[in-house]
Design a protein around this ligand. Sequence first.
Ligand code: HEC
Length: 213
Amino acid sequence: MKRNLMLVIAVAGMLFAGKIGYTRVSASMSSNTVAPATTESVESAALQNLQAQEFTQAELERAQKGLTLSPIEVNAGAGRTRVLIGLGSYLVNAVGGCNDCHTNPPFADGGDPFRGEPLKINTANYLAGGVRFGPFTSRNLTPDPQRGNLPAGMRLDEFIRVMRTGADLSNLHPEISPLLQVMPWTVYGQMTDRDLQAIYLFLSVLPRAQPGQ
Ligand code: HEC
């Protein structure tokens, strides 16, 4: 088990270093036999293991793209964690649109595509909330130093519950609703546990930031 894990970590590292492709991942899925120890068969056995354990080729591609998409350089670690953080960045930056509502303002000076400018995310206030929607204001998603540096001050299980049910753990507007408004938890709540975990991990490696004006 331990050896397999190390292989997985080694191979994931190689994937992200761009040293090998992963087109052979599915080719050897059906074989359970132990491969003879050539470099190539070790690689393909590990890739097989990687997929069986956790990741499809499509996910690995998304993870790699996600790491390049993050507007802030993050320490994504290595191995499985790195893949998850990359996947989380992909879901936040290429799918979820979290920046549009949780970064104030969303774009850097001269980087607003809605004004025909080339996209440049506002990194100084990235995902720190503070965008007003009538009586509601988006919340700070960056790690909270007053709560153990947890993203949005939430443990993973709390984060998943919020994303699935819209529960407002801080209960900031009980007079209107105990549930988060505007926030599209009705959509995000349909994601798999692992996708939500990936988002959580990506948020957890961001620098603490405060909302801009
Ligand atoms: C359409 C705008 C919008 C988008 C897009 C959006 N959010 Fe939100 N989010 C909000 C608003 C507004 C609130 C606060 C709602 C309230 O006060 O009722 C919120 C609240 C939250 C909370 C609760 C935080 C807390 O401290 O209680 C979390 C977690 C969260 N959002 C995560 C995300 C993530 C992750 C994404 C992207 C996958 C995302 N949001 C995308 C508008 C948005």
